[in-house]
Design a protein around this ligand. Structure first.
Ligand SMILES: Nc1ncnc2c1ncn2[C@@H]1O[C@H](COP(=O)(O)OP(=O)(O)O)[C@@H](O)[C@H]1O
Ligand SMILES: [Mg+2]
Length: 415
């Protein structure tokens, strides 16, 4: 097992804008790190530079402290676990797992047998060793692919969107399986995905990329609760964080549905701003009469146009009008997020027992303590300045790669 350290890694293809820009990230021994971001943000390129399949334009790639920029993939001893599993259909499970060992003439049959059987044991594949891949489930095939990585005693596992071709149910199962195996083996793992759910559920830490630039590196909880900018806030979470115009007016903050007196630290950060973007997650609203309604929340009444009842919870959709200025920022954000156009509506999570009718009015409470305020120009989450004291303080913030300015309008050279 190994540490993987990237220092100011850049990848430039020809004259194009750099695919990866100045990425610095230190992955600890045994850590499970997710590289996530919208399609085209440079995830695969970065992973391929770690494993040695892509030349590094500039910067240093260190594995266990040793610079490997010029070492070919086989000398780095990292195992790429491919998306399509790349199993040989004519070989049974045993031979598929043994395959990388057979490539080295030095391995005796006894050694190979022991390694294959040990790996099969770990992966709970012992009873399938004679089977061909065609007669395995998707989950079992994935495990065979991992078995191959295990027998090589690779220093780290690298995954590039291994689950993207599977249906939703299998994806869920496989996600759990990979998480379990990684914990069991304790192998340093870098896992690429564009799926925020995978990122949130799998990793010890998540590194979120936008257009080749690292936005924030943090635990899933930290990313969810304290997103450093509008992009991170919009990417992480499903349904996504609600974004709405927020206009400071003296000590009041005017939102589309309600105005309220800001707590002093909020009033402080809004100074000098005419219009901000408020961000609040669906679950930070509640039915005013519900038990979980926040005590010091702000109450308001709003017209609900659609209700989705899901059994364990329900979502109420509340449309609003945003001024052009905010709309422009939100449309840009939607584009960056690779998503549909941002709807001018808020989504509110309500308990399934709450009675709200489509076309009716709802009495709601919003938890003001959970409201984020973003600078529409830079995308920076201004509330983090006031909340940073709650965490481990600033040392942590530095490790998170704070680049709020880089996040919104890239300060670097490209057009
Ligand atoms: N071999 C290549 N030649 C030129 N451009 C490339 C090549 N590979 C990737 N790119 C570009 O680099 C950027 C990042 O690609 P990639 O790392 O595949 O993104 P992701 O895996 O996040 O979807 C994209 O703009 C892509 O078009
Ligand atoms: Mg990719």
């Amino acid at each position: 097992m190994a540490t993987i350290e990237m220092k100011n890694i850049v990848k430039q293809y020809g004259d194009n804008a750099p695919a990866v820009r100045d990425v610095s990230l230190a992955i600890e021994d045994g850590e499970f790190v997710i590289l996530v971001g919208p399609s085209g943000c440079g995830k695969s390129t970065l992973l391929r530079m770690i494993v040695g399949l892509e030349e590094i334009t500039s910067g240093d790639m260190l594995i266990d402290g040793k610079r490997v920029n010029d070492e070919p993939p086989r000398d780095r001893n990292l195992a790429m676990v491919f998306q399509n599993y790349a199993l040989y259909p004519h070989l049974n499970v045993y031979e598929n797992i043994a395959f990388p060992l057979r490539l080295h003439k030095g391995n005796s049959n006894e050694e190979i047998d022991k390694k294959v059987r040990d790996a099969a044991e770990t992966l709970e594949l012992t009873e399938f060793l004679e089977r061909k891949p065609a007669n395995l489930s998707g989950g079992q095939r994935q495990r065979v692919a991992m078995g191959r990585a295990i027998v090589r005693d690779a220093q780290a596992f690298l995954f590039d969107e291994p689950l993207s071709n599977l249906d939703a149910k299998l994806r869920g199962q496989m996600r759990t399986e990979i998480a379990r195996l990684q914990r069991k083996l304790g192998v340093t793992t870098v896992y690429v995905t564009h799926d925020q759910t995978e990122a949130m559920t799998l990793g010890d830490r998540v590194a979120l990329l936008k257009k080749g630039l690292l936005q924030q590196v943090a635990t899933p909880r930290e990313l969810y609760e304290n997103p450093i900018n509008l992009f991170v806030a919009g990417f992480i979470g499903s349904p996504p964080m609600n974004m709405l115009p927020a206009r400071p007016n003296g000590d009041q903050l005017e939102l589309p549905f309600v105005s309220f007196t800001m707590p002093p630290e909020m009033a402080e950060v809004t100074k000098g701003h005419e219009l901000l973007i408020g961000g609040i997650r669906p679950e930070h609203f509640a039915d005013a009469s519900a038990a979980r309604a926040p005590e010091n929340g702000v109450r308001f009444t709003a017209g609900v146009d659609v209700v989705e009842w899901l059994g364990n919870e329900q979502y109420a959709y509340i449309p609003f009008e945003a001024p052009g200025e905010v709309r422009k920022t939100l449309d840009e954000l939607a584009q960056d997020l690779d998503g549909e156009k941002m709807q001018q509506q808020i989504v509110v999570t309500l308990e399934p027992t709450t009675r709200v009718r489509e076309g009716g009015e709802a009495e709601l409470v919003m938890d003001v303590d959970k409201l984020h305020l973003f600078d529409p120009e830079t995308g920076e989450n201004l509330m983090l300045r006031t909340r940073s004291g709650e965490g481990d303080g600033d040392g942590d913030a530095a490790a998170r790669t704070a680049s709020a300015d880089g996040a919104h309008a890239a300060p670097t050279t490209d057009a």
